[in-house]
Design a protein around this ligand. Sequence first.
Ligand code: FE
Length: 346
Amino acid sequence: MLCRELNHSKCKTYLVACENARTAVLIDPVREKEGLYLGALAYFGLRLEMIVDTHTHADHRSGAHDLADITGAQLVMHRKAPSPHVDRHVEGGERLRCGNVELEILHTPGHTPDSISVHVADRVFTGDALLIHGTGRADFAGGDPGEEYDGIVGKLFKLPDSTIVLPAHDYRGHTQSTIGEEKRSNPRVAGRTRAEYINLMNNLNLALPQGIQEALQPNESDLESDVVNFPTYAQLNAVHQLAPVEVRARLERASPPILVDVRENEEYRGELGHIAGARLIPLGELAERGPRELSDAKDHEVVVICRSGMRSTTGGAMLTAMGFERVWNLKGGMLEWNDAGLPVDR
Ligand code: FE
C-alpha cells in the first residue's frame, strides 16, 4: 500500500493506493490543488478510483466534485452529506475496496453530522473528528460535542493503540500520532468524561473561520458562488426550522404550506423521493425562477426542502430576502422525513 500526504500544509490530503492494482483513493482533496493530485497520480502511474470527503468542509472548497468529473472516480461521502453530487453514500461499518486495500468507514459525527473516519490497515484517517492533540470544533450548524466524544472514545479509541492517526488538519506542525498516544495525552479528551468534554467544547468561544459561508454553501450545494448569491450567516440563522412531524401536521391543515424542493431533478425522483405536491426548483435556479413561479406564495407559508436541510436553509434565506414572509425549513431534510417513516412520492 502506498500512502502519501500531498499538500504539505495545514490542510491535509491523502493519497492511498494499491500498488498491485495501480488504483488509488484521494481523501479530502482541496480545490486549488487539483493539478498537484493529477500530477501525483500520473507520476505514480495510478488510476483514481475513489474520492472520499471525510465531511462537508467549512474552511476550504473541496476539490472532490471537480476531480470526480475529470477522472470519473466515485465520490464517497456519508449518507448525511448535503451535497447533491455524491456517487456513493456510506454509513458506519461499511467496507470499501480499492485493489487490495480495504477501507472501513467509521461514522464519527460531532464536528459535522456527516463526519466519517476511514480505517485502512495500520492507520486511520480521522477527518476533523480526532486531531493530533486536539479535536474538531463542534460549534458549526449540526455540530454536537457529545456525539463527537462518542465517536472518538467509543469508536476511534477502540482501534489498536498502535494505529497511526492521520487527521484532515494540523495547525501546529504535528505530522502523525497514534491512537494510544491520543488516548493517553489528547488534552481535550484524555481523562475527561462525556459531560466534561461537552462543557469544554461549548466554552471554546472560537471565532468563525474566515470565509466560512464562501466555502460551506458551495460545498453543500456544489454551486459556484457567482451562480447563487449566497446568504450571510446571520440570514441563515434567521430561517425557522420545522421538524418533519411538524411539517406533516401543517400539511393536514385547511390551508397547507406550499412546499419548495430545492434539490436536483435526479434527487427529487431518487432514492429519498419527495413530498407529494412539492414544487421542484433546484437551488441554482431559485433566484431566477422563485419570484415568477412562487408569486402565489408571497404571503403564504412556504416550507423549503432538500436532502439534509442545509441547502434548503440557504434556499429559505434567499426566499426571505426576496420578500417571502413566512418561510420555514424542513429540518434534517428528506433524510429525516424518510427516517420518520413519513410518506414519499417518487
Ligand atoms: Fe472541517
